[in-house]
Design a protein around this ligand. Structure first.
Ligand code: HEM
Length: 66
């Protein structure tokens, strides 16, 4: 198995990227992450806007489980 590191989307490094860069990673793929095709500009915008909420939900769950 090839080693794959999935970045923490809540990290400062990722959060400091522009919406455009994040959208590009989703539609064109990045490194090991495959592109997601057939998304409208609005879809991409919506997913990028959800990233902080997804991160907040995940870290809340992690802290509950700890
Ligand atoms: C809601 C689902 C997902 C969203 C919104 C998402 C979004 C992103 C974004 C915005 C980046 C770029 C981060 C950066 O520029 O530094 C990224 C990178 C990456 N994602 Fe995802 N991702 C999702 C699901 C997944 C899944 C399911 C996998 C693997 C099974 C995955 C694997 C990766 C990897 C390996 C990278 C790093 C690419 C590289 O720099 O080499 N992602 N993702």
């Amino acid at each position: 198995m090839m080693k794959v590191t999935i970045p923490d989307l809540g990290s400062k490094e990722v959060q400091s990227k522009s919406d455009k860069e994040l959208g590009k990673a989703i539609t064109e793929g990045k490194g090991k992450m495959k592109p997601v095709k057939n998304l409208s500009d609005k879809d991409v915008h919506d997913v990028v806007a959800l990233i902080p909420e997804l991160c907040a939900a995940v870290s809340l769950r992690v802290s509950r489980e700890a």
